[in-house]
Design a protein around this ligand. Structure first.
Ligand code: UD1
Length: 342
């Protein structure tokens, strides 16, 4: 079966995608520089699928190394590019790190495939929509000016990919615009491994419940939403991983929409922060210690996706709901407590 290169394959979404690629009969090959992930994840993937995936540790910002590697791997027919820096706050403090990492790796990969047909799936974000004018937001909604260097790298990367697919005939590209990935594999052997204090809601919730953090602060209680807290489209990471397999399959079949396409990857349902907390409490049986705090600068008030294009054209829909998202995230947090090796 075809080999699929997964850059950032030991990361959160990457590791789940490696598992789903394997389950779908593909042979995943991982490249990761381990800058924001742990080599232990490779052992965990092996525990789940029973096979140790091929792994190469290097930095895709190294142009020569990337070209040599791609030349040495002619069996690779598709590539899923996750490897990138992704912390919004850090990107504001250190924009050059973000422009360097996220663009050099992308351009080096594209250049390495300059003469070779390649199916390319890119990890993008609903951050490109900013605060949408209409909800649910469709793929044809305007891209709004990015509010962080991180968001800007996603927007510009989408432009680079669209122009590349138009200018040369060997690239077939899909960008997946993720909403808010949460949860963990049902085995609880892989999941999100935040670096330091979590910035995202779910790891902060689970770390508070386990006692690593004293209390969660809900950022804002007076937004124009039914309960005053922000609304997001949370998507189970295993469903998200399967969307990548669907994208590879569509590219293999030939995408009737052309050589560059974008898809929303969410559930189509919006949950407020307070609803997410309530869902966590129900799924885990834990009471969460939380308080209300000021709004977080740059936060979108409400966003959820129109997922009809993914359903009809990508042939993919989310199967797991908020209960599975919360219970799997909690199972993973408990696993981490018992297995601090990670
Ligand atoms: C954030 C990024 C987004 C990025 C995504 C990656 C911002 C503004 N956006 O999305 O660009 O693609 O992460 O996963 O940072 N919340 C709390 N308390 C907390 C943490 C979060 O109330 O301690 C709230 C937030 O205000 C928000 C919701 O939880 O309403 C989700 O926050 P988060 O998980 O950080 O995701 P996004 O802000 O949607």
């Amino acid at each position: 079966m075809s080999k699929i290169l997964v850059t950032g394959g030991t990361g959160y979404i990457g590791s789940h995608t490696v598992v789903e690629l394997f389950n779908a009969g593909y042979t995943p090959v991982i490249v990761d520089n381990l800058s924001n992930s742990n080599i232990e994840i490779l052992n965990q993937i092996e525990r789940i699928i029973g096979v140790r995936p091929e792994f190469h540790q290097f930095d895709l910002c190294d142009e020569n190394k990337t070209r040599e590697f791609i030349q040495s791997q002619p069996e690779i027919s598709g590539l899923i590019h996750f490897a990138a820096s992704k912390a919004v706050g850090e990107s504001v403090a250190d924009p050059l790190k973000y422009y360097y990492n996220n663009f050099f790796s992308l351009i080096n990969l594209l250049n390495a495939y300059r003469e070779t047909p390649i199916n390319f799936v890119f990890s993008s974000s609903c951050t490109v929509y900013g605060e949408p004018d209409t909800l649910p937001v469709t793929e044809s909604a305007p891209v709004k000016k990015a509010t962080s260097p991180y968001g800007n790298t996603k927007q510009i990367a989408e432009e680079i990919l669209a122009e590349t697919a138009t200018a040369y005939n060997n690239y077939n590209i899909i960008a997946l615009r993720y909403f808010n990935p949460v949860g963990a594999h049902s085995s609880a052997l892989i999941g999100e491994l935040p670096n330091g204090v979590p910035q995202n809601l779910l790891p902060f919730i689970t770390q508070t419940a386990i006692g690593k953090r004293e209390r969660l602060t809900v950022f804002g209680s007076d937004y124009d939403t039914p309960d005053g807290s922000c609304i997001r489209d949370y998507i189970h990471v295993v469903d998200l991983a399967k969307a990548h397999v669907a994208a590879i399959k569509l590219l293999e079949k030939g995408n009737p929409n052309g050589k560059y396409d974008v898809f929303n990857v969410g559930t189509g349902n919006g949950y407020s922060v307070l609803e997410a907390i309530a869902a966590f409490e129900k799924a885990s049986g834990q009471k969460l210690n939380y308080t209300f705090g000021p709004r977080r600068e740059g936060d979108i008030i409400k966003v959820w996706g129109d997922v009809s294009k993914s359903s009809t054209q990508l042939n993919w829909s989310a199967e797991l709901g908020i209960d599975e998202m919360m219970s799997s995230a909690w199972a993973w947090e408990k696993y981490l407590e018992e297995n601090p090796i990670i």
